[in-house]
Design a protein around this ligand. Structure first.
Ligand SMILES: Nc1ncnc2c1ncn2[C@@H]1O[C@H](COP(=O)(O)OP(=O)(O)OP(=O)(O)O)[C@@H](O)[C@H]1O
Length: 229
């Protein structure tokens, strides 16, 4: 579903991702884990097209989107839940979700969105900025989902969120996977969360993938070591 070959991403002269190649099939949840500054956000921003890549090919469902603007990539089926959520604090919950709907041409927020996130229905007339961190995270996921993505990217969705709500986010992501034909890619530092959702875990270090495990064979001690060095 998502295929990335020889991706290179730089900030000026500084090369953060040098030559990354990976595939994520349909219906897989992939977790990309790494410490701060290892390139997770840079990778996600380049996939969604906020950051230009210097080299490489990004394909969504066989379509080469490497030269596309972000909105065209979204139209082609990739959606992004950014780190820090970045919801619109002065828009209501409903209006926040509606900002994602232009792409999918939906007229009304579908019931399945409110079924996944009942709290968003309750709070639909509240300003996004008045929601808790966990509720804002749900809102950011809902806003991404109404674009009907084939590939959903979530950058550190547990950051700043309390443990009980982290469990809710894991449950919701697993439900989304059950309900839709979707590929989910999440960047994370919390292993217990990725163990609850991921089929495959990859460790990124200085822009390179240095370790990979299927969930059934995860070497948690090794991964914890990579995350704590
Ligand atoms: N705008 C920028 N200009 C220059 N260098 C940057 C910029 N943004 C990030 N970097 C550098 O790129 C590298 C990767 O950063 P990135 O934010 O992608 O890491 P990360 O794994 O997402 O970490 P975090 O969890 O802290 O967001 C770091 O060395 C960082 O200093």
């Amino acid at each position: 579903m998502l295929s990335v070959s020889n991706l290179k991403v730089c900030y000026g002269q500084s090369e953060v991702i040098s030559d990354l190649t990976f595939n994520v099939p349909k219906n897989e949840t992939l977790a990309i884990m790494g410490r701060n500054g290892m390139g997770k956000t840079t990778l996600f921003k380049s996939l969604i097209g906020i950051l230009p890549s210097s080299e490489g090919v990004i394909e969504i469902d066989g379509v080469d989107v490497s030269t596309f603007e972000s909105y065209q990539r979204v139209e082609n089926g990739i959606a992004y839940v950014p780190q820090g959520r970045m919801i619109f604090p002065n828009l209501t919950v409903k209006e926040n979700i509606e900002t994602g709907m232009e792409v999918s041409k939906l007229k009304e927020i579908p019931d399945d969105i409110y079924a996944l996130f009942p709290v968003l229905r309750e709070m639909r007339h509240r300003k996004g900025g008045n929601l808790s961190g966990g509720q804002q995270q749900q809102l950011a996921i809902a806003r991404a989902l109404v674009t009907n993505p084939k590939v959903l990217l979530l950058d550190e969705p547990t950051e700043g969120i309390q443990p009980s709500i982290i469990k809710d986010i894991a449950r919701i992501l697993n439900e989304i996977k059950q309900l839709r034909d979707i590929t989910i890619i999440v960047s994370e530092q919390v292993l217990s969360f990725t163990m609850a959702i991921a089929d495959r875990i990859i460790v990124i270090d200085k822009g390179e993938f240095i370790h990979e495990d299927m969930r059934d064979q995860v070497d948690s001690d090794q991964i914890k070591k990579y995350l704590s060095v």
